[in-house]
Ligand binder design. Structure first.
Ligand code: BMA
Length: 340
């Protein structure tokens, strides 16, 4: 039994591979068959990356960022028996408005998929006279109803918590600019109804270390544990050759998640493999989802690699949490409630 508890349904059929021999430097390791999604995965789509998956009806379902052959990203639906091999609907997810009329975004990227109570929410980045957050809901993965956009531009990287906290839906996001944003911190907003968002709080700023010193942004939906919300996020450094995106880890207070309890001062995964270092945008690992099993403490992280592929990394919750605690470095800005 794991030392720390993950609070989530059992998932005995999640993908898993044991830790390989040798020094890893962090508590995560990669699936040895990565990338799990290669180029040209379906007609008209050149690359799938930065995508999110969930258990569904004993199997797996996912929302995938598909870069069309004209370069414009949209979201595609995929299904899998094992969480590794995916088949996709050939058409983009057909979003509608509340009246059931087609209501497609102009573009859509970096989708997250989060179940809260009986509803699955898809959250992504889209145009709203500038990069903004789009949202939709479904219960059956057949009809997808758009919700009001939560924020005005510019904002990217929104991630919903998998349950209400103190009766409110909770959304992490990263306000940004209209370009490739050379700054950025993570904020938290709450809503009674998934329409009106407010009571905004600062969660954490870019780090004091070099690897996440330029900007940070939400990643996978936080995992509820006995130690707090385990959050995998992305951290970015600037080099003379462009940005480098790594995966970081933090633990947020369970009832007041704008308070950071622990924040790992080192990355948990950084570009090292050919499919992370080489691609449309080199040197990117970008987490968007996890699968996790409370009985075994197993965690699988789905991440985009080099804006070209999807990779899978594994870790044990106890080892990840201990590593984050042992390497934690927080400032007053992290640990306070985040209100000014
Ligand atoms: C960010 C987002 C991500 C992308 C990353 C690296 O700003 O656009 O979709 O993976 O840049 O290009």
């Amino acid at each position: 039994m794991p030392k720390y508890r993950i609070i989530a349904p059992s998932l005995p059929n999640m993908p898993w591979q044991e830790r390989p021999e040798g020094n890893l430097n962090t508590p995560l390791w990669r699936y040895d068959q990565n990338p799990i999604i290669d180029r040209n995965p379906l007609p008209g789509v050149a690359r799938i990356f930065n995508s999110a998956v969930m258990p569904f009806e004993g199997k797996f379902i996912g929302v995938f960022r598909g870069e069309q052959t004209n370069g414009v990203p949209f979201i595609y639906l995929g299904r899998s028996e094992d969480g590794i091999h995916w088949t996709y609907e050939p058409e983009k997810i057909p979003f509608t408005d509340e009246d059931g009329k087609p209501f497609m975004p102009i573009y859509a990227y970096d989708p997250r998929l989060v179940k809260v109570e009986d509803t699955y929410y898809i959250i992504w980045c889209q145009d709203f006279w500038g990069a903004s957050i789009g949202m939709a809901k479904t219960t059956d993965f057949k009809t997808f109803t758009r919700l009001e956009n939560p924020f005005i531009p510019f904002n990217r990287n929104a991630v919903l918590f998998p349950r209400r906290i103190n009766g409110k839906y909770m959304l992490l996001s990263r306000p940004s600019d209209s370009g490739h944003t050379p700054f950025g911190d993570i904020f938290l907003s709450e809503s009674p109804d998934m329409v009106y968002w407010g009571r905004h709080r600062h969660v954490m700023s870019r780090g004091n270390q070099w690897w996440d010193g330029l900007k940070i942004g939400g990643g996978a939906a936080p995992i509820e544990t006995s130690e707090g919300w385990l959050m995998f996020f992305h951290g970015v450094t600037g080099t003379c050759n462009g940005y480098v995106y790594s995966i970081g880890g933090a633990i947020l207070d369970i009832d007041e998640p704008s308070k950071v309890l622990y924040r790992c001062d080192s990355w948990l995964l950084t570009p090292e493999k050919w499919y992370e270092e080489r691609g449309f945008v080199p040197n990117v690992v970008f987490p968007c989802a996890t699968l996790h099993d409370p009985d075994t403490g197993r965690i699988a992280i789905y991440y985009g690699a080099a804006d070209s592929y999807v990779g899978l990394a594994f870790g044990q919750s106890d080892e990840i949490i201990d590593y984050i605690k042992e390497h934690s470095h927080t400032t007053n800005e992290d640990t306070e409630i985040g209100k000014r």
